[in-house]
Write a protein that binds this ligand. Sequence first.
Ligand SMILES: C[S@@+](CC[C@H](N)C(=O)[O-])C[C@H]1O[C@@H](n2cnc3c(N)ncnc32)[C@H](O)[C@@H]1O
Length: 223
Amino acid sequence: MQESNEFDTVWEDIYQRGEQLNLYPYDSVVAFLMRRFGKKPQSINILEIGCGAGNNLWFAARQGFTVSGIDASASALAFARKRFEQDKLTGEFEVGSFTELPWGDSLFDVIIDRAASTNVGFETAKTVISQAHRVLKTGGLIYSEVFSDQSSSRGDKSQDGVLSNIRGPYSGAGQIYFYSKSELQQLYQHSWDLLELFHTQKAQYLEDGVELFAHWSLVAKKV
Ligand SMILES: C[S@@+](CC[C@H](N)C(=O)[O-])C[C@H]1O[C@@H](n2cnc3c(N)ncnc32)[C@H](O)[C@@H]1O
């Protein structure tokens, strides 16, 4: 059994090689923000945990939202800061772990977790969710996308349930925890109101079989 580290340094290596420095936001994040807050971005304070290259926040800042991001990769945040500066956008970026958010209580209206907390094990994720809860205002929303146990990914199970050395879908992205529906319901059962829970599954047909890519998208409100 391998240990489940909080931050898989695979990510720093990926960004240092100049890979996965995404320029554009994920459509799911765009849809969530515009559907819920598109009419009043100026009054909305967003924190993205595991914000990577800042691609989602770049879009949000351009729309007029107030944005902050945290990521454990210094290289990804250097890229994000430079891009914001070049495009004359304002954003606060902190290098650190989303298990210990360096912000005070009840500051944010929205937290974005796009394929970030799924990089730590189930017990560590409880800490991440409780930190997100702490920094959100009452009535604030978290939008979270995590990978699903209905993916056909294979790997070596480590402490706290994460899979490492992943083969098949999501290989090369470090360690991942693959969630069941009931585990997500468990994570958000106290002090949250679960507003939306979607499952998306895509099949990729290969010469020697089929691979399934699957993730959950959820929206929960701090109560
Ligand atoms: C799949 S990428 C997602 C990046 C971004 N959210 C997006 O949608 O493009 C996962 C990110 O989580 C970050 N990450 C993983 N574990 C972390 C931790 N414990 N604390 C902070 N960031 C972490 C990685 O460095 C990486 O940037």
